[in-house]
Design a protein around this ligand. Structure first.
Ligand code: ISC
Length: 363
């Protein structure tokens, strides 16, 4: 696909053409500070050691509100052809992680699983993004060309609708809206409300959430003159799930702290990785395949250092020929987690993408 798209409730950024690609955040940051480009867009991978997919676009445009495309190509029929790990293996993996968590060296770790989808005609990244944004207009819809990450990513794209904002920076003001802690939505309004209330009172989910806010506080505190981190989260919802969310606000000490540098410092938060970060990352590298761009960050940074970065969840990576897509979802595991419920949680989260592709099958 040509260019980059980030559709947010209040504003949409669309770019076209590529003047330069960067596979590290450091190279992209230098291009901004040297004045080689006025805007960097793209994706940071889950694993900070892996290549990024960042570009200096030829041109760009911000418009008000979520993206409202004209006509887009229809989406093909799609089916699930592979699951990694298989659901039973995911349950076994979570069970062994819970044992490790109970030993105490790790506080939290996020376990993820993937499904491979095969399409009978090419999936257009733009059409999938349009469908996901239409179904989730308040979510952060994105479509990113991953080619700048080099071999293994050329022509591939990442498409999703994330409910989670890693950070926004406008001048010295920085805001974050981390999510962690999940309950399913229910069709019956009373049962649905009960799920939400239950989530707000769940000690297990509150603990899972607190790891994320503590991390963000620790990263931002030295960089800010003012920082407000509410003591308890609020409820937020998508079509599929309830989440716990904490709106965080800060004022940066230095005008030179850009949105891109903040994204690099904050990522990976315990919403996608765990606590302590190094031990959780080592565990994930050990037990899972490379997550590629799932669980990374997608966003932009301009020459003034302003920008928005969202967490790359509820998304899929689409193959260069459009005939395959890899959708991944994960969940935070703590010592009190129940392995079967964790499997159900990933299935529910995968539905955001599967619903957009019209897949009825529940992996
Ligand atoms: C890691 C994912 O979700 C994160 C965001 C919200 C709630 C989460 C949770 O309850 O585990 C996860 O931290 C995902 O959707 O793949």
């Amino acid at each position: 696909m040509d260019g980059f798209l980030l559709s947010r409730a209040e504003r949409t950024l669309r770019t076209s053409g590529v003047r330069h690609g960067y596979d590290t955040a450091a190279a992209a940051a230098s291009a901004l500070t040297n004045g080689d480009t006025g805007l960097i867009v793209g994706a940071l991978p889950f694993d900070p050691e892996r290549p990024a997919a960042l570009t200096a676009p030829e041109s760009w445009e911000f418009t008000d509100g979520p993206w409202r495309p004209g006509t887009v190509a229809a989406l093909p029929s799609v089916r699930v052809v592979r699951q990694v790990p298989e659901p039973t293996e995911h349950v076994a993996r979570v069970r062994s992680l819970v044992e490790r968590l109970r030993e105490g060296a790790l506080g939290k770790v996020v376990a993820a699983r993937s499904v491979t989808l095969r399409a009978d005609a090419p999936i257009s990244a733009e059409s999938l993004a349009a469908r996901m944004i239409h179904q989730n207009p308040t979510a952060n819809g994105f479509a990113v060309d991953l080619s700048a990450a080099g071999d293994g990513f050329r022509g591939r794209s990442l498409v999703g609708a994330s409910p989670e904002v890693l950070l926004s920076r406008r001048g010295r003001r920085v805001t974050c809206r981390p999510l962690a802690g999940t309950a399913p939505r229910r069709a019956d309004p009373e049962a649905d409300e009960k799920e939400g209330r239950g989530l707000l009172e769940s000690t297990k989910n509150l603990a899972e959430h607190a790891f994320v806010t503590a991390w963000i506080r620790d990263v931002l505190a030295p960089l800010c003159t003012e920082l407000t981190v509410p003591a308890s989260p609020v409820l937020t919802s998508t079509h599929e799930v309830w989440h716990l969310a904490t709106p965080i606000e800060g004022v940066l000490r230095e005008q030179s702290t850009s949105a891109l540098s903040l994204a690099v410092l904050l990522h990976p938060t315990p919403a996608v990785c765990g606590t302590p970060t190094d031990a959780a990352l080592a565990t994930i590298r050990d037990v899972e395949d490379d997550r590629r761009f799932y669980g990374g960050a997608v966003g932009w940074c301009d020459g003034d250092g302003d920008g928005d970065w969202v967490v790359a969840i509820r998304c899929a990576e689409i193959a260069a020929d459009g005939l395959e897509a890899l959708a991944t979802a994960g969940g935070g595991i703590v010592a009190e987690s129940d392995p079967e419920s964790e499997l159900d949680e990933t299935t529910t989260k995968l539905r955001t993408l599967l619903r957009a592709l019209g897949v009825q099958q529940s992996p």
